[in-house]
Ligand binder design. Structure first.
Ligand SMILES: [Zn+2]
Length: 167
């Protein structure tokens, strides 16, 4: 490998490392939200909305806490971010610990949020194709803690989980 090529490769690695650290930091914030939900007796699903490196909204599933059919993690996060202009959503990435359901995917498509980073889709996967079909970039990181939080919760609360996903 030439020196120039080595330099380019080192530079690419630096960018990749910076990018993955940023993902870790925001996914970690979403996981904190998921843990907060669990502590409240609710579903361990969290979400953060990030605009150009800043968290502008965060939230977690509130189905149990608020008897809500709407406040999934992503919906709660978007609600907490408040009304935003299309030009803001266009610069956002939404992080969620679990693959979004059709309702939350609909909101992401409606507000044209261009990028979704998903903690895991091994315990639930229903609407990622809808997101992709609408031009949304979807990245799934299969984070071990996200998977463990959901597996544990579903095994303890199967009826609650089935109710949440309309089964
Ligand atoms: Zn949802």
């Amino acid at each position: 490998m030439t020196r120039a090529l080595r330099l380019v490769k080192a530079h690419d690695n630096q960018i990749a490392a910076r990018y993955s650290r940023a993902i870790d930091q925001f996914l970690e914030a979403a996981i904190e939200e998921a843990r907060a939900g669990l502590r409240e007796g609710g579903f361990p699903i969290g979400s953060v909305l990030v605009c150009e490196g800043q968290i502008i909204g965060r939230g977690h599933n509130q189905r149990v806490q608020r008897d809500s059919v709407i406040h999934h993690a992503e919906m709660n996060c978007l609600e907490n971010a408040g009304r935003q202009k299309a030009s803001v959503y266009a610069r956002c990435t939404i992080y969620t610990t679990l693959s979004p359901c059709p309702m939350c995917s609909g909101a992401i498509v409606l507000y044209k949020i261009p990028h979704v980073i998903i903690g895991e889709n091994s315990t639930f996967l229903r609407a990622e194709e809808t997101l992709r079909a609408n031009g949304t970039r979807v990245d799934v990181v299969q984070n071990a803690e996200c998977i463990e939080l959901m597996r544990e919760f579903i095994s303890r609360n199967p009826e609650l989980w089935n109710e949440d996903i309309g089964v």
